[in-house]
Each structure stands twice: as C-alpha cells, then as structure tokens.
Design a binder for this molecule. Structure first.
Ligand code: DAH
Length: 338
C-alpha cells in the first residue's frame, strides 16, 4: 500500500464525513491499531536502515497531516452542532405567552354569592349549619311533629331514627334561635339540602337553599315584603313587582308563596311564566309563635319573618337552564358558559 494513496484516501474520507461519530470511525480506519497504516509499518522490518529512516519520516508526516485534518474537522463539526442547537433553542420573544387555564366559580356558587351580597348589604350575617341534622331541628322544633303530613313531602336519607340529611336550611333557624338566647337575629344560611326524590329535569336528591331569618321587636309583614321586593329587584331587575299568595308552611303563620313579575315578558304572559305574568320564586312567612316559643323567645315580645329559596331554581330562571342535572355533571362545556 502506497502511503501517498492512503493519504489521499484519508483526506477524501475526512472531507465526506458529517458527524463526530463517523469521524471517529475514519480516525480508527486511517490511524488506529488495525488501520491500513499498520500494513505499511509491517513492511519496515524488511527494509534497510536508510529506507527505514525515510519511511519513518513519511509515516510521521502522514500521521501529523491526518491528525491535523481530523482535529480541524472535529472542530468544524462541533461548531456546527452548537449552531444547530442555538438555532433550535432560539426563543422568539414576539410569540404570545403560554396560556394558563384558570378555573372559575360554579354557577350555583356565583348565584349563592350574589344573594349573600344582597343580604349582607342589608346587614345580615351568614350562618351555617350541619347537613347531617337532628330530626329535632329539621322537623320537631319547626312545628312539624312526628306524623305531621308536611313530613310526607320531605322524606329524606336517615342516618338513624333521630338523625337525617336535612331536607331544607330551615333547621338553621332553630340552631340560631337557641344560640342567640333571646337576642335579636338577622341571618341568612346557604347550604346543601337533601330529599328522597327521583332525579329528573327539575328534581334532585341533593340541591341547595338559602334561608333567611329576622327576629326582633316590632317586626311585621311589611318588613318581609320590603325585604323580598329589594331582593327580587336586585336579582331580576329594578322594575320587577312582587306578589304574595297565601300558602302553608308549619313554621310560619301566615305563610306566603312569593312570585316575581316575569322578567322575560315583563308580566304580559309568555312561555316562561306559562301565560300568568308571574313566576314563583320562594316561600316565606312570619315566624310561627310556637317556633319562637320552643326556642326560648316570648312571641308576645318578639316577632320575626323567615324565607327560604332554592338556589338551583333561581339560577335556572336567571340563565334559562332547563335541566337541574346539568349543575352536577361537571361538564366543562356547560360550566364554561357562566
Ligand atoms: N323550608 C321550606 C322548603 O324547603 C321553604 C321555606 C318556606 C322556608 C317558608 C321558610 C319559609 O323560611 O318561611 O320548602
């Protein structure tokens, strides 16, 4: 093998190589222990001293040249690598920033907070009570004794004979009365409630209510009516009228069903109000003297009014939602609309 030819071959190979890995291969082919150079060196032993010297010089020149070329090529490839990396990792500062997805409040929570704000503005305090409630507070002390027909409509989930999942937020009235020990009261109570209902588009075994209770001296039905008017105008628009219809709830006397003039047709009659011009919103009344008495208030000195509303119903009316089950299914396509 002619060393000059080997050199030309090596130069060509180095030129063609395009990665560090390949370059290392080329290096071992032309300089390594099993390289073609070794074959040339093997011939040394048959040469005269003069020839050995001359070949030795040639070999050294070859080695120096090829090593230099390989090192230069390595430097070039390294530089290309760095450039490529810089290019691929370049940051375009003009691109829009990353979007962080942000949650928001559930429509029921939004409406609950809206109602809370209205009452807080009128000086009410927000009270809370347990969802696992005593029969005593859920029924008995609200003037719904065992065997009372009003219990029929409020069947629920029982923990044991005396403990149940509350069917309304009204037991918080009793708890508040007992705690206040005769002092004036002005509270609302939002929370979850339960009933043994078949779930359909307007019924759910779990739903939520807001209760209101005011107890003081000289509280009259006109206080109730003024409060309801303010509340419903804030919720459904300044121009709404309200209407009270006689109704029965064992813990109030008199009891009323409260309607608001239809906010869709302005009371003219439409599909939402079923032609009547009025939409039923909530129940209310003057606290029954027996309820006051059972919790240690003298009904000759103290009077009060109470009200209770379903948050789902109000939210459905406000936003035109036609299936209560939509609230509980966590479907982001539904929730994102609010
Ligand atoms: N607790 C009643 C229900 O769930 C609603 C209600 C009606 C609450 C009249 C009241 C009230 O405080 O005065 O059906």
């Amino acid at each position: 093998m002619d060393l000059k030819n080997l050199e030309l071959e090596a130069i060509k190979a180095i030129e063609e190589v395009n990665s560090i890995h390949k370059l290392n291969e080329v290096k071992s082919i032309f300089l390594g222990k099993k390289s073609k150079l070794q074959e040339v060196m093997k011939r040394m032993k048959d040469l005269s001293i003069e020839e050995k010297k001359a070949l030795g010089i040639e070999i050294n020149q070859y080695k120096n040249k090829i090593e230099t070329l390989i090192n230069e090529k390595k430097e070039k490839l390294d530089q290309e690598e760095v450039l490529k990396k810089l290019e691929s990792e370049a940051i375009d500062v003009t691109l829009p920033g990353k979007k962080f997805s942000r949650g928001k409040l559930h429509p029921l929570t939004q409406v609950q907070q809206e109602i809370e704000e209205i009452f807080i503005g009128m000086g009410y305090r927000v009270a809370e009570g347990p969802e696992v409630e005593l029969d005593l507070y859920n029924f008995e002390m609200l003037n719904i004794p065992k065997g009372h027909p009003a219990r029929e409509m409020q069947d629920t989930f029982y923990i044991d004979e005396n403990t149940l999942l509350r069917t309304h937020t009204s037991p918080v009235q009793v708890r508040t009365l007992l705690k206040a020990k005769g002092a004036p009261i002005k509270i609302i109570c939002p929370g979850k409630t339960y009933r043994r209902d078949e779930d359909d588009s307007t019924h759910s075994h779990q739903f939520s209510q807001i209760e209101g209770l005011v107890v003081d001296k000289n509280i009259t039905m006109s206080d109730l009516k003024g409060t309801l008017t303010f509340l419903l105008q804030k919720l459904f628009g300044e121009h709404r009228n309200i209407r009270l219809r006689p109704s029965f709830f064992p813990f109030v006397e008199p009891g009323v069903e409260v309607d608001v003039s239809c906010f869709k047709c302005d009371g003219k009659g439409c599909s939402l109000c079923k032609g009547s011009g009025w939409i039923e919103i909530l129940g209310a009344g003057m606290v029954h003297p027996r309820v006051l008495e059972m919790s240690g208030y003298d009904p000759k000195i103290y009077q009060g009014f109470a009200l209770g509303m379903g948050i789902e119903r109000i939210t459905m009316l406000k936003y035109g939602i036609d299936d209560i089950r939509d609230f509980y299914q966590n479907d982001i396509r539904f929730l994102n609309q609010f």
